[in-house]
Design a protein around this ligand. Structure first.
Ligand code: ADP
Ligand code: MG
Length: 613
């Protein structure tokens, strides 16, 4: 017999299970059945994909047995089973780095943490909510040796070799005092029906029945084992959809929405997709776990294929089940299989169209969705060229005229003669709304979209048009050509000012121009239309592009502003050098950029203040 210690994170998890997660204990049974079902899936897959297992005779089944006298509850499966390494690796350690870092970030506040844990499925360890001791007796299919894993959930576990005739796993729970309800046939049956009715395998309960006055024990099937996704929509109740979701994902929250398709015709397949109502904890991790499982003719093939959904729909959970794929599909074949490609393509279209419908018919629900996953969805604008227009229609933005504005809404209320859809990107909503770059737009009552999410800076340069209207950033230099009432002539007075400023600031700016977009501010900075704008530059820097060439902005000045007017009478470089730099630096500050030498900036201001006092 060997002793082992649990991972730190597992101890933390166990501690929460045992001491704080009282509210919904019964889900432990769902988790054990879900593991049994996964184990059968895995073995079934081997029998179709691996020569060694081809001849294995195997009738999938899950059994539940309650022993009141011994205070034991047993969940048994004839799935793949575990060898010693599997036991150590899968029960006792948390291998997935995502889960690990998630757990190590738990706050210690039991209430908060337990709701977080519910999000990613509590798994095997949830059985410690009701059991004071757990045994796992298991034999891996194809192996000779069998093992018993045993633990009381107090920091360590033991493994020893035992005798077991058949492959598969038996989980023996030694229930705590006061958990007697879980010995009751009725209770077990109710829980199984609730959470596991539609998994694809039969679940049997050992029941005591009276026959001719004699008591007799018999296994009775207590679930439908129908593979819910293969049923007709009108045969399935709302509750069944919801419970199936919970069993599929381990998420304890109801899903926000589901999309069920049974396709017949040239291709025959079923898909059942869910949109969660809580964001998966690994949504923004590169090593996120994919949420869609692939089945062929009801046989599980994989749940580990990120290609089944485009990354911008990685929050989708569910099942794709095809009648037309060969059962012995390998990974390599999957990638290029034209049938699967077609199913994936129509699935993506279906999901996007369903979201569009939700946006039109139930905007409140759509907003809930968008708050959770809008950022992720946006990635599709530059990764899914084929569906770009559809995705653009799903986006919502802040704007100078409201919240949650879509391109369509914007376009419908454009001013007469307005030539383009305008937006400004940056980090801070407040700065953007007060930016000098949009002063003239506001004055003319032209709406400007306020884009303050990081991903905006990446996607917007790829959005040049929406429904035939050009889409433009207000920070590009040619914008004022568009919306100018009448192009201001560079007057005689202002021309020399421009030239002087250019001379002084030649290392800092690409050009100095008269602006028509400014109303109140003396100056602003814009970027040449071929240069990346400020938000884009920040984005590139964050993505690790450090060898970027410095992109010089263009300084635009407001000829109507008092400072600029007064400058034209004072054209000695020594007189206006400080003012030139202050104009430049304050424009930077207002637009959220950093000024390189804030010390110098303060000195210049102080010099001028001292003069005026
Ligand atoms: P998850 O199911 O999300 O992987 P669990 O905590 O429920 O997490 O289970 C941990 C791991 O233990 C499983 O991934 C599996 O490898 C192994 N396991 C648990 N129960 C069984 C079982 N009945 N048969 C085979 N392996 C199992
Ligand atoms: Mg599990």
């Amino acid at each position: 017999m060997s002793k082992y210690k649990f991972d730190t994170e597992i101890n933390q998890l166990l501690d929460l299970m045992i001491h704080s997660l009282y509210s919904n204990k019964e889900i432990f049974l769902r988790e054990l059945i879900s593991n049994a079902s996964d184990a059968i899936d895995k073995l079934k897959f081997l029998t179709i994909s691996d020569e060694k297992f081809k001849d294995l005779s195997f009738e999938p089944r899950i059994e539940i047995e309650a022993d009141k006298d011994k205070k034991m509850l047993i969940v048994r499966d004839n799935g793949i089973g575990m060898n010693k390494e599997d036991l150590v690796e899968h029960i006792g350690t948390i291998a997935k780095s995502g889960t690990k870092s998630f757990l190590s970030n738990l706050s210690g506040d039991a209430k908060k943490d337990s709701s977080l844990i519910g999000q990613f499925g509590v798994g095997f360890y949830s059985a410690f909510m009701v059991a004071k001791k757990i045994e796992v007796i298991t034999k891996k299919a194809g192996d000779e040796k069998a093992y018993r894993w045993i633990s009381s959930g107090n920091g360590e576990y033991e493994i020893e070799e035992v005798k077991k005739d058949n492959f598969g796993t038996e989980i023996v729970l030694h229930l705590k005092e006061n958990e007697e309800e879980f010995f009751d046939d009725w209770t077990i049956e109710r829980i199984v029906k609730k959470y596991s009715n539609h998994i694809p395998f039969p679940i049997y309960l050992l029941k005591e029945e009276e026959k001719d006055g004699k008591k007799e024990k018999k296994f009775v099937q207590i679930n439908k084992a129908s593979a819910l996704w293969r049923l007709n929509k009108n045969e399935i109740t709302k509750e069944e959809y919801i419970d199936f979701y919970k069993q599929l994902t381990g998420d304890s929250n109801d899903p926000l929405h589901w999309i069920h398709t049974n396709a017949e015709g040239t291709l025959e397949y079923s898909t059942l997709f869910y949109i969660p109502s809580v964001a998966p904890f690994d949504l923004f991790r590169v090593d996120y776990e994919p949420g869609v499982k692939l089945y062929v003719k009801r046989v599980f093939i994989t749940d580990d294929d990120k290609e089944l959904m485009p990354t911008y729909l990685r929050f989708v959970r569910g099942i794709i089940d095809s009648e037309d794929l060969p059962l012995n599909v390998s990974r390599e074949i999957l990638q290029q299989n034209s049938i699967l490609t077609k199913i994936k393509k129509s699935s993506v279209k279906k999901i996007l169209n369903e979201l569009k419908k939700m946006k039109e018919k139930d905007f409140d629900k759509y907003l809930k969705f968008y708050k959770l996953f809008g950022k992720v969805l946006k990635e599709g604008v530059y990764t899914d060229y084929e569906n770009k227009d559809l995705i653009l229609d799903l986006l919502l933005f802040k704007s100078t005229k409201g919240e949650n504005v879509s391109f369509k809404e914007y376009k419908e209320r454009m001013q007469e003669g307005q030539k383009a859809i305008y937006y400004i990107t940056g980090e801070d909503e407040k700065l953007l709304k007060n930016s000098p770059l949009i002063e003239s737009f506001k004055a003319k009552d032209i709406e400007v979209l306020i884009l303050d999410e990081e991903v905006d800076a990446i996607i917007m340069p790829t959005v040049t048009e929406y429904d035939k209207a050009p889409v433009k950033s207000v920070s590009t230099s040619d914008i004022d050509e568009d919306e100018k009432d009448n192009k201001e002539q560079e007057s005689k007075e202002v021309k020399p000012v421009l030239e002087k400023l250019k001379e002084i600031l030649k290392d800092e700016v690409k050009d100095v121009k008269v602006s028509s977009r400014l109303k109140e501010s003396p100056a602003c900075l814009v970027f040449d239309k071929n240069d990346p704008d400020f938000a884009m530059q920040e984005m590139l820097k964050q993505m690790g592009q450090t060898n970027l060439q410095k992109v010089k902005p263009i300084l635009e000045i407001n000829p109507e502003h008092e400072i600029v007017k007064k400058l034209s009478g004072k054209l000695k470089v020594s007189d206006i050098k400080d003012i030139a730099y202050i104009l430049l630096d304050q424009a930077k500050l207002i637009e959220g950029m950093k000024i390189e030498d804030s010390n110098e900036f303060a000195k210049r201001i102080n010099k001028i203040l001292a003069k005026t006092l």
